[in-house]
Design a binder for this molecule. Structure first.
Ligand code: C2E
Ligand code: MG
Ligand code: MG
Length: 752
């Protein structure tokens, strides 16, 4: 906002400054021109006056010279005077001279004798300067300025002849201040007149000359003798010349200043009115950039008004387009149901309104949705999901969100865990029925997950929706209709990941090992095989149970690397056994994942063939249930390579006889949970008995695992179990110990 104001202000300032400067310059130029013409005019008129004064002076000078000459001639013509001079009668000369001086006002007279003495009115005789004497001898009637003892005098000399030259009658007048003042008073303007050495005055005669604040004119004065050239200089101060114009100049200055001020103000106002719409538009654009919408309030008819109009229309279009985008972003494209983002927003809204913990989240999952989609196609599967959503709405009164392909989410009012799980069970039960898509019926099997707010003091690392999705994973895994989120089950995915990379390292660094648990034939008590079981001794965590890291390896996709390591190790160890004379089948546990992994199957077959190994792969029924076609084809592949197949943990999960029939296994392992209970109840015995009979009927051998005492050995042998495995026979043993164990149990050593 501040920036916008600055931009507006700066543009405004630029305009104001530019226009003010421009007009200011013009005003200055005009004022300057006026001042200059005034000055030239003033100079010219003063110059005229000065020249007139100089002309007057020249006339006065000449008149004064003529006057003095006339008087000197009269004196020189006087007979008695001539006699006195000829005889050098000093007193008579002095009195005559005093007489004429007294009569001629302002003038003084004296006599010069041929030897250069000069006699004045007092009778004193002083020597004349040489140049004066020379001038008198060489010129007829010398006249001009004389410089004597620093003062200036106008002087003339007329020769006295009796009849030969006996001397000169001299007249002079003082060119003193009074004389100058009388000259100055003749001028119409108060000029200043002075006698100066010509070299001190740069101006020429007849010229008007300007010098340091003065204007002046000069006239060259003739010299009596050859002393320094002198001039009369008449000056006038410029300030006085300009004085009459001062009010005018002052007025011009005032008007210019006022004009400038007016200009700046009006320029500012004009610029402001020009930039205001730009600033308004600029601000609106910045507000828009900041994510807010504010129309520009501008109603002028000019370009700015039209621009503002277009901007406002654009805003409206933008808004409606944005609304459409928001709407789209909240919708699941396939089904038109609200999506996960919408659910997230709604949770946030409910929590804002009713406080945290206001809602719980339920996820209803379509089991094996991928298979459904693969068999009826994407579009029909999406329609099935839509129909399911409507069924759920009919049951609950609210439309669910589609948060994943197979997951529908529901907001539940926060009730207790029990009530919430009950309502999910109810939904799962009520909606787990076929829906009719395009005339054919699609069977939808459901399970559900629940996430309650504030589950524990420890904050779950994921949001409610993810928690509910994870809870649905748990329900799916445990094959129950509904499960709720458990922090313990979720674990710590970050540490899981680092654990997995450590496990991969352990396959190379020797942190993993295999132990072998013997299988004993119930017929003759001989050891008929070994089950390879993995052991991991972690450098800092110590022994880690396979029950905890195998499922992690399965979930994080590391199981194949692990199984490959086990298979290679088992093949190696089998070679060792053979070298020691025991040719026994080694059973290796194969994870369910690997029954859908062609790559692994081909790899394993290659290794078994090239190593000449005799292996049995222990698999679980659930591995077959998830993708039966694929799993069965891989099992057939194993069989055809000579790998035996054993169904592990039979009875632990949801055992399905129909699958059991399809799996071409050599062996069935009754889960230790049954065997461990065999001494207590009768139900398990019945189960085991019928399982053994069924397995035999299907052509399979039966192994019982978890045999912990002698009594159980007897019971199971009586029931017809073919071989037994358990702590009673032996705990899983490292290879060397397994060899020693064999040596005591299998007396018949067939050296290979
Ligand atoms: P499983 O394949 O069912 O292996 C039998 C488990 O029962 C072994 O546990 C074994 O030590 C234990 N057991 C044997 N006799 C008795 C007994 O008399 N009483 C009791 N209570 N338990 C007994 P273990 O070694 O901890 O392995 C656990 C599970 O980990 C195995 O169950 C198997 O599913 C998996 N597993 C072990 N090694 C591997 C492997 O290399 N690859 C794969 N994919 N899974 C493995
Ligand atoms: Mg096993
Ligand atoms: Mg087992």
């Amino acid at each position: 906002m501040r920036i916008n104001r600055w931009i507006g202000a700066s543009l405004r300032r630029k305009l104001t400054v530019t226009y003010s400067a421009l007009f200011g310059l013009i005003i200055l130029a005009v004022a300057g021109a006026v001042y200059l013409s005034i000055k030239i005019n003033a100079e010219r008129s003063v110059g005229r006056e000065l020249n007139a004064s100089v002309a007057v002076f020249e006339r006065l000078w000449n008149m004064s010279a003529e006057n003095m000459t006339a008087r000197a001639e009269v004196l020189a013509a006087d007979f008695g005077f001539r006699e006195a001079v000829a005889t050098e009668d000093i007193p008579t000369i002095a009195s005559a001279v005093a007489n004429v001086s007294a009569r001629a006002e302002g003038l003084s007279a004296g006599v010069a004798l041929p030897d250069g003495r000069f006699i004045d009115a007092t009778g004193e005789s002083i020597p004349l300067p040489d140049d004066m004497l020379e001038a008198m001898y060489t010129q007829d009637q010398p006249s001009g300025v004389v410089t004597y003892q620093g003062r200036y005098y106008q002087s003339v000399a007329v020769p006295i002849e009796a009849p030969v030259l006996v001397g000169w009658a001299l007249f002079w007048s003082d060119l003193d201040a009074a004389r100058m003042e009388s000259l100055e008073s003749l001028s119409a303007i108060p000029v200043r007149a002075e006698i100066r050495a010509s070299r001190d005055w740069a101006g020429k005669d007849g010229d008007i000359h300007r010098t340091r604040g003065f204007i002046g004119a000069s006239s060259h004065i003739e010299n009596f003798g050859d002393g320094e050239q002198m001039s009369l200089v008449i000056t006038y101060p410029m300030s006085a010349a300009m004085a009459p114009y001062r009010p005018m100049i002052f007025a011009i200055l005032i008007f210019s200043a006022a004009g400038m001020a007016l200009l700046v103000i009006s320029g500012g106002v004009l610029a402001r009115s020009l930039t205001r719409p730009i600033a308004a538009l600029d601000e609106a654009v910045h507000i828009l950039a900041a994510g807010e919408r504010r129309p520009v309030d501008l109603t002028s008819d000019d370009e700015f008004g039209r621009l503002a109009g277009s901007f406002n229309t654009m805003l409206k279009d933008l808004e409606s387009r944005e609304q459409a985008i928001v709407q789209l972003s909240r919708e699941d494209m396939e089904t038109g149901l609200l999506n996960r983002r919408a659910m997230n927003d709604d949770i946030a809204q409910r929590e804002d309104a009713d406080g945290p913990g206001a809602v719980s989240v339920a996820v209803i999952r379509v089991l094996r949705y991928r298979n459904v989609r693969a068999s009826i196609g994407h579009a029909a599967a999406a329609r099935a999901i839509n129909l399911l959503a409507h069924q759920i709405r009919d049951v609950t009164g609210t439309m669910p969100y589609r948060i994943n392909a197979a997951d529908l989410g529901l907001l539940l009012d926060s009730e207790g865990r029990f009530a919430a799980i009950e309502s999910i069970r109810h939904i799962v039960g009520a909606c787990s029925r076929p829906v009719s898509v395009d005339g054919s019926s699609v069977d939808l099997l459901l399970c559900g997950g629940l996430a309650l707010p504030d589950q524990s003091a420890e904050n779950p690392p994921i949001g409610l929706i993810d928690q509910a999705v994870f809870a649905a994973d748990l329900a799916e895994r445990d094959q129950v209709p509904a499960a709720s989120f458990s922090l313990a089950a979720y674990g710590n995915p970050a540490s899981t990941l680092s654990l997995m990379s450590e496990m991969v390292d352990a396959t190379r660094s020797g942190g993993l090992s295999l132990v072998y648990q013997p299988k004993m034939s119930s017929r003759d008590g001989h050891i008929c095989g070994f089950e390879a079981l993995i052991r991991w001794y972690h450098p800092t965590r110590g022994r880690i149970s396979p029950d905890s890291f195998i499922p992690l390896a399965e979930e994080t996709g590391h199981i194949r690397q692990l199984t490959e390591w086990v298979v290679l190790q088992a093949i190696e160890d089998q070679k060792t056994l053979r070298r020691n004379g025991f040719d026994l089948t080694i059973s290796v546990n194969i994870s369910g994942r690997q029954l859908s992994d062609d790559g692994f199957a081909l790899w394993a077959i290659g290794k078994v063939r090239s190593g000449g190994a005799r292996l049995c792969f222990e698999i679980t029924e659930t591995a077959v249930i998830s993708d039966p076609d694929k799993a069965l084809s891989i099992i057939h592949l194993f069989r055809s390579t000579g790998i035996s197949i054993s169904i592990d943990d039979y009875g632990a999960g949801l055992s399905s006889l129909s699958y059991l029939k399809q799996i071409p296994a050599h062996e069935l392992k009754i889960d230790k949970s049954f065997v461990l209970e065999i001494e207590n109840g009768t139900t398990d015995r019945l189960m085991i008995q019928s399982t053994i009979e069924l397995a035999h009927a299907l052509g399979m051998l039966v192994v019982a695992e978890g045999v912990e005492n002698d009594k159980v050995v007897g019971i199971l042998s009586d029931m017809g179990a073919d071989s037994l495995q358990g702590y009673h026979i032996s705990r899983p043993l490292p290879l060397t110990e397994a060899l020693a164990f064999l040596a005591t149990h299998n007396p018949r050593r067939d050296i290979a």
